[in-house]
Design a protein around this ligand. Structure first.
Ligand code: AMP
Ligand code: MG
Length: 297
């Protein structure tokens, strides 16, 4: 794994900001803070969560659970799977971490994209459905009902990891920090007395369409422009409709959610993308202090 570890000191109004980035959870995790301890605290905590939840690490709890179909897990893994099941219920199945076999079938796991046959999709759909995840919280155990089922926490893990890092920062007394984990953002406190400025990427071309000014907020964006392949002039993206087994045919290009915490922002952004604008906005209304920005097709 490539590591970029440059600490930049940015002078600003007589005070300095410490800036550093690492490749973690398959993306760049960038940390900016006037507190020199912040970068180390964030990287350590994000790494801890990545080691539990990554489907690309053979010894992670998620990989071991996917292999065995039953596992005693850490409180973090149990918690995130419980929350994912809650979102599955709240979205009427649009958010579903059991899409993992579909993600694999379509080649998004190893980037060897392919258009599966209808029959293959039909068979794979038998492994999809969060009702088939059995939780045993009394002994921290997770069990799959159907042989061959797998989970993929790609739509929720970064939000949770950033939340955990923010908790550690607060515990250490860090009052100001910006974390950007590949578009999963958290603004802790303010930036030397001013709100943090977060740019919103233009999904259609290079550049930005505007920016948000935020304090103590999490931001997540989901879109079909992040990972996709084109076959016969049709675009197939990485966010799936768990009911059809095909990439979600959404009427939106990108969804940005601003929420008090990263897990809610991350999960809602993916859910709204699958549900589309109307149903997605209805869902968002059920969550307090959440703001949604949608770029439609
Ligand atoms: P995000 O970028 O947060 O929207 O997450 C997208 C990732 O979540 C995909 O790359 C898949 O790994 C996974 N995923 C795809 N479709 C779904 C879905 N309907 N529910 C939950 N996770 C999904
Ligand atoms: Mg997400």
């Amino acid at each position: 794994m490539f590591y970029c570890s440059i600490v930049l000191l940015c002078g600003c109004q007589g005070r300095q900001l410490y800036k550093d980035s690492r490749v973690m959870m398959g993306t760049f995790v960038e940390v900016t803070s006037p507190d020199a301890r912040a970068t180390g605290i964030v990287f350590l905590e994000v790494k801890r969560i990545e080691n539990l939840l990554s489907k690309y690490q053979e010894d992670s709890e998620v990989s071991r659970l996917n292999k065995a179909g039953k596992l005693t897990v850490s409180p973090d893994t149990l918690y995130i799977i419980e929350r994912a099941k809650e979102f599955w219920q709240a979205t009427d199945g649009a958010f579903d971490i059991t899409v993992a076999p579909l993600v694999e079938l379509w080649g998004f796991t190893d980037k060897k994209y392919c258009l599966p046959r209808g029959e293959e999709i039909k068979n794979t759909l038998k492994l999809v459905g969060s009702d088939k995840i059995i939780l045993h919280p009394e002994n921290n155990m997770i069990e799959f009902k159907t042989l061959g089922m797998k989970i993929d926490l790609g739509a929720i893990a970064k939000g949770y990891a950033v939340d955990c890092a923010i908790k550690k920062l607060k515990k250490a007394g860090v009052k100001s920090c910006l974390i950007n984990a590949g578009g999963q953002i958290h603004c802790l406190g303010d930036k030397l007395g001013q709100p943090w400025k977060v740019a919103i990427q233009d999904p259609c071309k290079q550049g930005f369409i505007g920016y948000l000014e935020l304090k103590d907020k999490a931001v997540a964006t989901s879109g079909d422009y992040e990972q996709y392949f084109i076959k016969d002039n049709k675009r197939y993206a990485h966010i799936f409709n768990p009911k059809t087994g095909y990439p979600a045919e959404s009427n939106v290009i990108s969804v940005t959610v601003i929420a008090p915490d990263g897990l809610t922002a991350d999960t809602l952004a993916t859910s709204i993308f699958v549900l589309g604008k109307e149903k997605g906005l209805e869902l968002a209304k059920k969550f307090p202090n959440v703001e949604v920005k949608i770029i439609g097709k």
